[in-house]
Design a protein around this ligand. Sequence first.
Ligand SMILES: [Zn+2]
Length: 436
Amino acid sequence: MTATLAFLGAAGEVTGSCYLVDTGTVKFLVDCGMFQGGGDALRKNRRFAFNPKEIAFVLLTHAHLDHSGLIPRLAAQGFSGPVYALQATIELLGVMLPDSAHLQEKDAEREDSAPLYTVEQAKASLALLRDVEYGAALEPCKGVRCVFRDAGHILGSAILEVFVGGKKVVFSGDLGQPGRPIVADPARIEEADVLLVESTYGDRDHKTLVQTLDELAFALTDTLASKRGNVVIPSFAVGRTQELLYFIAELQKQGRVPAADLYVDSPMAAAATRITLRHAKLPAMERVRFTESLEESMRINSIRSGAIILSASGMCEGGRIRHHLRYNVSRAECAIVFVGFQAAGTLGRKIVEGAKSVRIFRETYPVRAKIFTVNGLSAHADQSALLGWLGGFKRAPAQTWVVHGEPLSAHALREEIGKRLHWKAAVPAERAVTTL
Ligand SMILES: [Zn+2]
């Protein structure tokens, strides 16, 4: 019997990564991600397109919730096989899945519904995680072999080479932008019969790192040099915060940014930084403080000037960042520096788009702080980098599927693949099935 591959998520969108491989005798998943954002994400998260009890094992590309977030639900519904991932991914999931469950429980309470999964179920699912190493051959069952390669996206991220039914299937996972600190460049892959490639930024290029660091240096110096205000940076806890710590230290070492007290005020960011330090190098920073307790966090509120405050969530939708905005957003001496994508409808997006006032904790605050947006720090490869990675293949795969991108990005990359590499590529429909 021939093996099949079903596209159960990240087809024409960026979330819900999940692929089901059926060898005829064994079924397994590559990623088990959560659908995020509006639309029918909620409905799709509640109903698996397969019976969890029939899944033998899961291969996990990385810790981001849109790739891993439904593992606790899978386990709660009867899946009991191993979930293979890099050690760093396992450590990150140890904090991310219980945190995600906590948010599910809070949402469910507010909406008077059942949570997708509970903290207890999330913790129980962690016992299924098994660590693998980059480059090591893994044989999760007879007839299936796979190798994890470094995807350079976040700590522990992987490209998967899966050998099944005489074919080689390559899952790009999320690919990183080359030349970034903390993570390696994405590993070069030379062959595949079937290739799935992500396309988050399939339609555009990022600003260069040089331009991006110039922007960051300007945003920080402008406020810190005046010695009158603080800089508040809403930042994603995993990946982005550690990258910022790295870049700020470098800019200070080069004398391009004044020395300042730097507060990382997010328990998740602190945990992710500790995990990062176990697996990668960060430059030494003398005036960095990780605040864990609420009391420590509240003490930052009385600082009037000279502080850089990094806090989550990155889009200002929850977490401690809202307190820091409350104390700084109405002061003209302060600056708010956005370093990541702000989705429509979020508090971050409103501020970026120039709102004159914002609502925080049921009160209205005028926006008087300077607002900066530093683009170009994405953890995803841009169009040129994606094409560069694809250029490493020695010949065209028999099948190339463009996944993990909004329709515009996915189709833009599909067209470029046709024009530049002369390969035939397609964007799969959700639930589409292909024969390997
Ligand atoms: Zn990711």
